[in-house]
Design a protein around this ligand. Structure first.
Ligand code: HEC
Length: 158
């Protein structure tokens, strides 16, 4: 009996560990939390405006690389391609930079990596604020991109 109970305890622990791994922190941007959005706007004004613009408009000619091969900052509004990416990719670009996220070791980018500068919570807040500025139709489209990415991730971890 003792042995059986021991086995049940071990099995439960293993199951819990497995579940925890499966539920590994999926990054989700939330647009309905006023406090989060206020933090996000403050982070944006302080860290992102200089390049991405006070109105999320980006830098002029943002599709054309400069003489050093770097792209100007793209807009974060509906005219850019920020919303083409799932939440988690946006988080990774902001935290780790473009080269690491895209797995392009030698890619030169003017986009800083904010790891060690912003906390994960601040990164989620600023991207949530950006997302909250998109028109509903664009937000819906990005949610579809998100859903597809989450499905791929689930399939890959199976
Ligand atoms: C020094 C200028 C600069 C600052 C400051 C900056 N960025 Fe960027 N950002 C860029 C550039 C340039 C790119 C395009 C990078 C590339 O593709 O090489 C970019 C790209 C991005 C992308 C990817 C967009 C896409 O469509 O692929 C995200 C997300 C992003 N920035 C978020 C932020 C956030 C959030 C902040 C503030 C915390 C910020 N950036 C601050 C220059 C900057």
């Amino acid at each position: 009996m003792q042995k059986v109970r021991f086995c049940i305890v071990i099995a439960t622990l293993l199951l819990a560990a497995g579940c925890e791994r499966a539920a590994a922190p999926a990054i989700r941007l939330e647009t309905g939390d006023a406090q989060l959005l206020a933090t996000g706007k403050a982070v944006y004004d302080r860290h992102c405006t200089a390049c991405h613009g006070a109105k999320l408009e980006g830098q002029p000619n943002w599709r054309t690389r400069d003489t050093s091969g770097r792209l100007p900052a793209p807009p974060h509004d509906a005219t850019g391609h920020t919303w083409h990416h799932p939440d988690e990719v946006l988080f990774n670009i902001t935290k780790h930079g473009v080269a690491k996220t895209a797995n392009l070791k030698d890619y030169q980018s003017a986009m800083p990596a904010y790891e060690g500068v912003l906390t994960d919570a601040e990164i989620v807040a600023v991207l949530s604020w950006i997302k909250s500025k998109w028109p509903a139709g664009i937000r819906d489209k990005q949610e579809q991109v998100n859903a597809a990415a989450l499905k791929n991730k689930a399939a890959a971890s199976r």
